[in-house]
Ligand binder design. Sequence first.
Ligand code: F6P
Length: 323
Amino acid sequence: MKRIGILTSGGDAPGMNACIRAVVRTALANDLAVVGIRRGYTGLIAGDAMPLDRSAIRNTIHLGGTILETSRNPEFYTREGRLKAAAAVDRMGLDGIVLIGGEGTFHGASLLAADADTAALVGVPASIDNDVYGTDYCIGFDTAANCAVEAIDRIRDTARSHERLFFIEVMGRTAGFLALESGIAGGAEELIIPEEEVTVARISDRIERGFIIGKKSAIVVVAEGKTPGISFEIAREVSERLNFDSRVVVLGHLQRGGPPTLRDRVLGSLLGFAAVEALMEERSGCMVGEVGGNLTHTPLEETWQKKKPLDRDLLRIFPYLSE
Ligand code: F6P
């Protein structure tokens, strides 16, 4: 292993820069050359790379977003696109690539490895959705969840003052991690997550029960699921059923930006180091992660084929704490 590439792909996540920095510093300390591939798989297909030295990553640990930029590239989901990428990897002379991203990134990487005998591929999980199997937490989740909690706290002030019902929509396309943890930390009255079937009747009943026992305002945290903006419809139906005014706040991409929290900086640093270590151990086709406080290596296929479950205990306590 002499020369490695690094890219960020899919939705950006705070802490990606801490990870890039850790990869570069660990690689340089081990006499590996590092190149940064710009704009994720778009740059991999085009062979768009820049050398990464110490000066390129200096003073970046506190920055959100990704200095390498990112993309979601449909061309990579075609065999033709992946063969172009494999040819570019050869041209760039890469022995290994660190791929920082989520499920979609690792799905793409598995397909690339199946199509071509290319560089060793090691993934690092970064997604504010936290929905990658093989790690307890993904880089970016903690920052996004803290952003959501701060928003819930602010809205609670106005909800209490006006005796109102609020629906706060957080991100999470296929998973309710952000909704569950920010809902518990923000003291939400009800949760709507993709993992559980909910009906307007159930949501309304639970909110009404709260009003009966003396609550005067309520907050429902909604995971956006596959239909961002879904909260508007739910809010209208619940309001009609309860004959109670409501408001909707969609947090959207606010949750993706901003300086990473301590947890995301530390996790990004740890997993960046671990990714280079994995390449030096001649591992390939795996994702580094942290499970139960231990560094792990999970086959790339499992990271997107297996569904990461929500924390059962958190799900169990929620109904008790929300009344
Ligand atoms: O990165 C994950 C995520 O933030 C999802 O929660 C969300 O549904 C999606 O990305 C939005 O992606 P974009 O607007 O960048 O296409």
